[in-house]
Design a protein around this ligand. Structure first.
Ligand code: ZN
Length: 187
């Protein structure tokens, strides 16, 4: 039987009073009058240009988990509360791909809210280009089964997990003047 996750914020965390309406935010406690909000969460996503055989591609992973298992994705994740978006983005790249990027060299690129639910804000940045011969070893992990590079913008909808990652990659290839059908290589 499927477990239903416990509902969040059904009781006031300050005084313990049950909320009369726990279906929407903000909620105001009838006991202590404290309001709680649910805010969209930032996600740091890093485009890592990798120079491979005189072409420059973008670093991606193949997802080993749902949603969109076995599709490709750019690498990113939630920030920890002691991290800047640069530090969190660099950490995610290191954890998911084994590639070390300099957090201080990340440049902001594009940000967008998710749709249809705008409960995440994706902060896309670009890392300094990496020489493909220095990527180091990759070990599949719980979340990713493969590390690779994509070259070119066309057809990414068919192989990427998330439309906003496609949009970010397209914007980057357009900026770099790269057109045409994409190619994928395991890296
Ligand atoms: Zn309260």
């Amino acid at each position: 039987m499927a477990m239903t996750p416990p509902a969040r914020d059904t009781f006031c965390s300050f005084c313990g009073t049950a909320y009369r309406d726990a279906t929407r935010y903000p909620r105001t406690c009838e006991g202590c009058k404290t309001q709680v909000w649910a805010n969209p969460i930032p996600v740091s996503v890093v485009l890592v240009p990798v120079v491979h055989e005189r072409r420059t591609g973008l670093l991606v992973v193949r997802r080993a988990i749902e949603p969109r298992k076995s599709k490709l994705a750019l690498v990113g994740g939630f920030l920890e509360d002691h991290e800047t978006w640069q530090e969190g983005g660099a950490r995610e790249i290191r954890e998911e791909t084994g590639v070390v990027v300099d957090a201080s060299k990340l440049t902001s690129f594009w940000f967008t809210s998710t749709a249809p639910r705008p409960n995440r804000v994706l902060l896309f940045s670009v890392a300094a280009p990496v020489d493909g011969s220095t990527l180091g070893t990759y070990a599949p992990n719980a979340e990713t089964s493969e590390r690779g590079l994509v070259f070119g913008p066309d057809g990414l909808d068919d192989v990427f997990a998330f439309p906003l990652h496609v949009e970010a990659a397209r914007r980057w290839f357009a900026r770099e003047g790269v057109v045409g059908e994409h190619r994928y290589v395991i890296a």
